[in-house]
Design a protein around this ligand. Sequence first.
Ligand code: FUB
Length: 333
Amino acid sequence: MSEEKKMKPIADPLVTHIYTADPSAHVFEGKIYIYPSHDIDAGLPEDDFGGHFGMEDYHVLSMNSPNDKTAIDHGVALHIKDVPWAKRQMWAPDAAYKNGTYYFYFPAKDKDDAFKIGVATGKNPAGPFKAQPEAIKGSFSIDPCSFVDNDGKAYLYVGGIWGGQLQRWQTGKFVEHVNTPFDLEPAADQPALCAKVACLTDDMLEFGEEPKDVVILDENGKPLLAGDHDRRFFEGPWMHKYKGTYYFSYSTGDTHYICYATGDNPYGPFTYRGRVLNPVVGWTNHHSICEIEKKWYLFYHDSVLSKGVTHLRSVKFTELTYNKDGSIITINP
Ligand code: FUB
């Protein structure tokens, strides 16, 4: 087999008329809805803080079944001009459903260039969504993932280091970097920064508590260290439940893996288990995991369509399989 044939990606983009990334997939009203970022070339220079990701709106995609080869684009569901508190950079979103309303969670930078998490609501899973006038009180950083447990209690997981600003909130206040872009990260032999989780209020619009650390433990029961770049949390948290176990999965950022850890409740701690997805074409790796018609699927993105342009990505999906012991079989994109 030729080298070129061996390197063929395992899946094709779900849409090709626009660039899409960071897919959060859910089954709503018997269809598959995908909530992605809408990548554009905003003409901004690339830096280690993701300054080149200058997205301005969101489109919702849907598929009738996992046999569909492409997705339907439902058009603009929310634009930054309609979000009173947001100034720029609409990054990875997610959505949830409760009591007849769809809740669309999204990060954006506010007037002070601090990432906050906003929420917008609508009656249709495809949008349009109307944003709340203010960001969620006490929210910070990026990449919200909403998770509604079987008992109806809802949680929001958030976080991302570097451009996602998690390192700037360690004191509870939004602090500036001092010398270098990375000087606020803990030393390599210290516990890594953690994603955050908070339950949501009954109306799904606010945090119901102070966000808590999502701690990931190693095989010896010790928190993963900041220097453990192959395993520590970087961004893109996702939560799903498989056979009663809570799976917390995430991107390792600069080492480009999607990894996972398991626990017995939504707050953790979670024990590191392995890799879900190996690096894709493009710097970022971002995913979601969704059960559809009794099978499990991984939604992810890559930059194959744009020939490797980091900030012009395309969402894809593929089947995900578990071993009998609940471990996930690593996917090679
Ligand atoms: O899409 C912008 C950022 O890139 C996301 O928020 C990160 O997770 C990464 O995929």
